[in-house]
Design a protein around this ligand. Structure first.
Ligand code: SR1
Length: 354
């Protein structure tokens, strides 16, 4: 793969505009063409409260995402009240109930299993609290959904795998069902296997917990020892890919087994570019940018502005070769080199400086 192929950028997509379920005072509507406006009253006075209700919080992706959300909240003069279930779905559901009872001005649900969050999301809708659902099916038509383009994430990583393997060989797959983004990437993986009968999935591993990478490393080691013919690992979440990379390194298989992942962070870039690293490609958005988009969308709903019903942030394919050739060592450099990783027009806030 060449350096140019490595950053395949697409435009951000947004679906049909949706009206906010509740509409406190609004000074304008959202539109890229709208000139700068003054902030609605609640924002100017700093009285707007947005609850961010998370399923998970550990790991590079979730830390960067939160940093972006907090930076956007500060820029918009919004109080962002953050809770995390830390992987405990009942705790996340309780946190969500609490955000509803405390009458937050808007709620962002960040990941979660449909069956645990949908009942409380329904209560938020009944209470006319606007809601943005990131990486989870809200099950309520009024809610705004925000996703990365997960099918494209898998397509980009698998495109790299196919280019390197010629479309045949034994592959270890890392997956845990129930997480909406992983389920969507799994749909693409299943299609890919059908379209490429030379690709043989020899093992499926995966765990999501507070130490995902090391748990996956143990599983990947066992899978690679059981299947010495494996030449690739499809690991479409950076904690999976980091664990897989550790396993390959510890088994001394760096020349033989390559990893195709998802997500990017400064730590990931370090792993990808270190000498002999088996992690050769990752498809990613800038997580901090996605966190910013979530807060902007929620703020627009609070202001009673129009927001696209389905917000999608496209990924970029990042290769080991491209990072090394460009001398990129961190996410800051990556986003400077590739400004399209920022998506200021997705849920643009007309009264905010861009
Ligand atoms: C456990 S789900 C992990 C995924 O959520 C986000 O969509 C990130 O891209 C990550 O891969």
């Amino acid at each position: 793969m060449g350096v140019v192929a490595l950053f395949a950028l697409a435009g951000c997509s947004q679906g049909t505009p949706a009206a906010a379920p509740s509409a406190p005072s609004a000074s304008s509507t959202s539109s890229a063409a709208t000139p700068a406006a003054s902030a609605p009253a609640g924002f100017a006075s700093g009285d707007v409260r947005i609850s961010l209700v998370r399923q998970l919080s550990s790991g590079d992706y979730f830390e960067q995402w939160l940093a972006g959300a907090q930076a956007e909240a500060k820029a918009l003069n919004v109080k962002l009240e953050v809770s995390s279930g830390d992987g405990n779905n009942d705790k996340q559901a309780l946190n969500l109930e609490q955000a509803v009872t405390s009458k937050s001005d808007a709620i962002i649900v960040d990941h979660g299993f449909a069956q645990t969050v949908q009942p409380a999301i329904k209560k938020a809708a009944d209470a006319k609290i606007p809601l943005v659902a990131f990486d989870v099916d809200p099950g309520t038509p009024g809610a705004i959904t925000l996703d990365q383009d997960d099918h494209q994430i898998a397509e980009q990583a698998l495109g790299a795998l196919k280019a390197d393997t010629g479309g045949s060989g034994e592959v270890v797959y890392v997956y845990v069902a129930g997480f909406a983004p992983l389920d969507r990437r799994d749909e693409t993986w299943n299609r890919f296997k059908k379209d490429n009968p030379g690709i043989k999935q020899v093992a499926q591993i995966g765990v999501v917990n507070s130490s995902t990478a090391s748990a996956v490393a143990d599983q990947a080691k066992a899978a690679l020892q059981a299947h010495p013919g494996a030449k690739a690992i499809f690991a479409p979440y950076d904690e999976f890919a980091k664990g897989a990379a550790l396993a390959v390194k510890e088994l001394g298989l760096g020349d033989k087994v390559k990893i195709y992942g998802a997500d990017v962070s400064t730590a990931d870039i370090g792993v990808i570019t270190e000498p002999g690293s088996p992690w050769v490609a990752t498809s990613a958005t800038d997580p901090s940018n996605v966190g910013r988009v979530a807060v902007r969308a929620a703020a627009l709903l609070v202001a009673g502005s129009q927001v696209e019903h389905k917000l999608t942030v496209p990924p970029t394919l990042i290769t080991q070769k491209g990072l090394r050739d460009a001398g990129i060592t961190g996410v800051e450099q990556l986003t400077k080199a590739f400004p399209s990783l920022a998506t200021p027009d997705v849920a643009r806030v007309p009264w905010a400086a861009s």
